[in-house]
Design a protein around this ligand. Structure first.
Ligand code: AMP
Ligand code: ZN
Length: 491
């Protein structure tokens, strides 16, 4: 059996293609990062996990990956249309602090979250506000090439002109005539645009706008889609290997990215477009605005109406990996509880290796397990099938332990290494939840303890008891002393 080469489902062609990097062994990977105006919810985490697996597996295959994941700290407007308030500024006004304080606060929180879920850091994490010059230069090139026009201090991408020569809609499969129907309601302020599908690449700032910059067209703000084009070009070149993001970014964000790169450089920027599917709740996309989202803290404490109990970040990681990234995952307590059990079983089977005695007779099964795992990961990062193969192997490991099967010491160490590599390096699971980050756990516990204190002060003893009891279930004991509350993890 051959495990073959890596193939990736390319959203641009709509089929799986053999992965052939533009400049092997180097691989450029760009992932649209968070808009840092609030805390990342579990749905966002699923998407970032998808690309964490892509990064880990490519690295495992020996590629030298440059992984760029941006921070959107300006330009992302409420409702994603060209005429609205900046999401970060809106939040800053609500919290009565500087937009950059919002940016810092939620960038820090995002980093805590990525550590909690054991997501590897990108090699470069560029911020949109740090690349205004590059964005202005790109606008200038698009204007020079005739694919944009200036109106009253704003610059719009000329979709109609672009579509005369290129295929606008090639990624999302949308046709301009269909778009007209869908965007009718969003035409507010559209009188500046020559064509309904044109999009702002530079927006004139109103006097109240706080974050704004000087440009050849006056004081304004770059359009949201532009930052990813400018920063991916800067760090990965005009054409790079993989661009990822959630499915909901295909249109308009990624479609516009292609148009901007083609409009400025004349080159379609990405060889493989990858899109992760959504985390849903009762079939609807998890999103903050629908009120069906939960945050890492709520997940850990179980303090949310949708949660029967708290779940560890590794349980959630494992739960997500039990679905292929292109399928939706519907949240359910039952599935999370099954993942909790499954993960325990997988991790405890790895511990069994140290108890197995080698012999002088081996089994072909070792090779078979290894080849099957490679094959499934090579098949567009199919983690659920890979996990199923790892579980098949557990039966064999148990037989070895019971001395009903035997392996030479060499094969035993190959199998053990295989499990460790797949479970810890590729799937990124942690053997011991405490490994996640002791500092994070302390931070999280501080928040939990203050929540409990607040509920006691409000005489909401049901909540304070709930917090204590739920922590007990995950082996964390709280001790109330006259100097405050301390906590301890039972070993
Ligand atoms: P944002 O911070 O809103 O720009 O989103 C960050 C990333 O999370 C984007 O790639 C989105 O596509 C993705 N995302 C948003 N909601 C969900 C969801 N419910 N499930 C999976 N990914 C999501
Ligand atoms: Zn982007």
């Amino acid at each position: 059996m051959s495990s073959g080469q890596l193939s990736i489902y390319n959203s641009l062609s709509g089929k799986k293609e053999i992965f052939e990097p533009i400049n092997a062994p180097f691989v450029g990977l760009y992932v649209c990062g968070p808009t840092v105006y609030n805390e990342a919810h579990l749905g966002n985490i699923r998407t970032f996990l998808t690309f964490d697996i892509v990064y880990r597996y490519l690295t495992h295959l020996g590629y030298k990956v440059r992984y760029v994941r941006n921070i959107t700290d300006v330009g992302h407007l409420v409702d994603d249309v060209d005429f609205g308030e900046d999401k970060i500024e809106k939040r800053a006004r609500l919290e009565k602090i500087e937009p950059m304080e919002i940016v810092q606060k939620y960038t820090n929180s995002f980093h805590h979250t990525t550590q909690l879920f054991n997501l590897l850091n990108p090699n470069i994490e560029p911020a949109a506000t740090g690349h205004i010059i590059e964005q202005i230069e790109m606008i200038q090139k698009i204007l020079n090439n005739g694919y944009a026009y200036e109106v009253n201090g704003s610059v719009y991408f000329d979709v109609k002109k672009y579509a005369e020569k290129y295929n606008y809609g090639e990624l999302s499969g949308r046709r301009l005539d269909e778009l007209l129907e869908q965007t009718r309601e969003n035409l507010e302020g559209g009188e500046e645009k020559r064509f309904f599908a044109d999009f702002a690449i530079w927006k004139k700032a109103s006097p109240e706008t706080i974050m704004k910059w000087n440009s050849p067209w006056g004081i304004g703000v770059p359009g949201w889609h532009l930052e990813c084009s400018a920063m991916s070009t800067k760090y990965l070149g005009q054409k790079f290997d993989i661009h990822g993001g959630g499915m909901d970014l295909k249109f308009p964000h990624h479609e516009c990215e292609i148009a901007q790169s083609v409009g400025s450089e004349g080159i379609s920027p990405v060889k493989y477009w990858m899109h992760g599917n959504m985390l849903t709740v009762n079939g609807s996309k998890m999103s903050k605005s629908l009120g069906n989202s939960f945050l890492p803290m709520e997940l850990i404490t179980g303090n949310h109406p949708l949660l029967d109990k708290g779940y560890s970040p590794m349980t959630v990681r494992f739960f997500f990996l039990q679905a292929q990234y292109r399928s939706t995952v519907d949240f359910s307590n039952e599935a999370l509880q099954a993942s909790e059990k499954g993960l325990k079983r997988l991790l405890s089977s790895i511990k069994l290796f140290d108890e197995i005695k080698p012999s002088d007779k081996s089994s072909f099964i070792v090779k078979e397990i290894i080849e099957k795992c490679k094959k499934s990961m090579n098949d567009d990062f199919n983690t659920p099938i890979t996990i199923a193969h790892l579980f098949d192997g557990i039966k064999f490991i148990n037989l070895l332990k019971e001395e009903k099967e035997t392996l030479t010491s060499e094969d035993l160490s190959i199998l053990k290494n295989h499990y460790k590599t797949y479970v810890f390096d590729i799937l990124g699971l942690l053997a011991d939840e405490d490994d996640a980050n002791p500092e994070i756990l302390s931070d999280v516990m501080e928040i939990v303890i203050s929540l409990r204190k607040k509920s006691k002060e409000n005489k909401d003893y049901a909540t304070s008891d709930f917090i204590r009891d739920e922590l007990n279930k995950v082996k964390i004991t709280l001790k109330d002393t006259k100097d405050g509350t301390t906590w301890e993890v039972e070993k």
